[in-house]
Design a protein around this ligand. Structure first.
Ligand SMILES: *[C@@H]1O[C@H](CO)[C@@H](O)[C@H](O)[C@H]1NC(C)=O
Ligand SMILES: *[C@@H]1O[C@H](CO)[C@@H](O)[C@H](O)[C@H]1NC(C)=O
Ligand SMILES: *[C@@H]1O[C@H](CO)[C@@H](O)[C@H](O)[C@H]1NC(C)=O
Length: 220
């Protein structure tokens, strides 16, 4: 052991660090190289069943946005024929080019099912969205499939969604680990949403919570 000096210790350390990066098993910060965009309450538009007051479906306490909706609720406008939703629509950062990122901590309570909790709006018709992250029975998935992560109920997770418009690429990170990568679906313009939007086989009550919502754009 006498020959194990500081220099060889450092060598071993850097070797392990490189190996760790190459294998790619460790969490990363997906926001590296991105520029934070200014965001305040005026950038968060709450969409909710049109016939109930906002505080019956949305609350903001201690930095946590809580959104919920019921199976029997009306759509967000009287003329809409879509399913019930209570969602935060990010306003002011609609985009049609560049590389954009949504970051937030999300939470889905036990029992919420059949619902979209986050979406990238905008796609080539007949599709309306480029990405939907849905929850079915505690499993987070890309639309109905593939599965992104099982067992997401009752715990906070960090979500990073990256949309590269020119390359038509979507990446989804949970807690700094890439869990999904796929193609975009076209579309003239896009924006991010999070909350609850009923899809199919949905539970009576649907709820999701969000905090530290950030919008970023790749520099350059
Ligand atoms: C949000 O930021 C915009 C742009 O800086 C500013 O004009 C607006 O007054 C802010 N609104 C609130 C509610 O803080
Ligand atoms: C979710 O669970 C319910 C009740 O067990 C079941 O009927 C339903 O098929 C499940 N849905 C999915 C998408 O797995
Ligand atoms: C629209 O969505 C369907 C169903 O997910 C998919 O098969 C199809 O490829 C999409 N269209 C485009 C243009 O991406």
């Amino acid at each position: 052991m006498a020959s194990l000096n500081l220099s060889s210790c450092l060598h071993v350390f850097f070797l392990l660090q490189t190996l760790y990066r190459v294998v790619g098993s460790g969490p990363i910060d997906p926001t590296e190289g991105f520029v934070l965009q200014h965001l305040n309450s005026s950038n968060l538009v709450i969409q909710r069943p049109y016939d109930v007051p906002e505080n019956q479906r949305y609350s903001f306490k201690n930095g946590v946005h809580k959104l919920w909706v019921f199976k029997t609720d009306k759509p967000h406008t009287p003329t809409s024929k879509t399913n019930p939703r209570t969602e935060i629509r990010i306003r002011g950062y609609d985009y049609s080019s560049g590389i954009w990122q949504f970051e937030a901590y999300g939470y889905v309570p036990h029992g919420t099912s059949g619902v979209c909790i986050m979406q990238i709006f905008g796609a080539d018709p007949p599709n309306a969205t480029t990405l939907m992250l849905r929850v079915y029975n505690g499993t987070l998935s890309y639309y109905r499939a593939p599965v992104i992560l099982p067992n997401i109920y009752d715990k906070w997770f960090k979500l990073n969604v990256i949309h590269d418009v020119e390359k038509s690429k979507i990446k989804v990170y949970i807690d700094g680990v890439r869990r999904y990568e796929g193609s975009g679906r076209g579309g003239a313009y896009h924006y991010f949403k999070c909350g609850v939007y009923a899809q199919n086989d949905y539970s009576y009550c649907m709820e999701s919570r969000w905090k530290n919502i950030r919008i970023l754009k790749k520099s350059g």
